[in-house]
Design a protein around this ligand. Structure first.
Ligand code: ATP
Length: 140
């Protein structure tokens, strides 16, 4: 079994996409191990996306990520990291709508920033992000 960190971003929650996204999650064989609604402040959002801190879109990204609560979830299934990344689709939701029309970002994202959901992109980032939101949870 593998775990990943999934997030429904502020636009996903305010746009009432949570139920549909959870349906996709459960229909895809994931177990939702933990979940929490969190309001990020600028400091926490900046820390979460620290790898992007030198990018031109960083200030806008932090503003977006603090614009409302997010739902974070630990998802578990075999190959969870890759499977969730495939399900959410490409970063730019506009591209997702043409190239991956069945992806979650195609369903509820808007553009390359407001893309509705997040997923860890490696075992290292999954471990870091799960620790970031949930502390040291046991995996057995
Ligand atoms: P995430 O890490 O949120 O799952 P990702 O791995 O698909 O997304 P990254 O390149 O890590 O994409 O970018 C992190 C987030 O920064 C994106 O999800 C998006 O909200 C925002 N972002 C990425 N590229 C741009 C861009 N060119 N303009 C505006 N915002 C962007």
């Amino acid at each position: 079994m593998e775990r990943t960190l999934a997030m429904i971003k502020p636009d996903g929650l305010s746009g009432n996409h949570m139920e549909k996204i959870k349906e996709v999650i459960l229909d895809s064989g994931f177990e939702i191990v933990e979940e929490a609604v969190v309001q990020l402040d600028a400091q926490r959002a900046s820390l979460f996306y620290v790898e992007h801190s030198s990018r031109s879109f960083f200030d806008s990204l932090v503003k977006y990520m603090t614009s409302g609560p997010v739902l974070v979830m630990i998802l578990e299934r075999p190959d969870a990291i890759l499977h969730w990344r495939v399900l959410i689709g490409p970063t730019d939701a506009r591209k997702a709508k043409t190239s991956h029309p069945n992806s979650i970002r195609a369903m509820c994202g808007v553009d390359s920033e407001k893309n509705c959901v997040h997923g860890s992109d490696s075992p290292q980032s999954a471990a870091r992000e799960i620790l970031f939101f949930f502390g040291d949870v046991r995996s057995d």
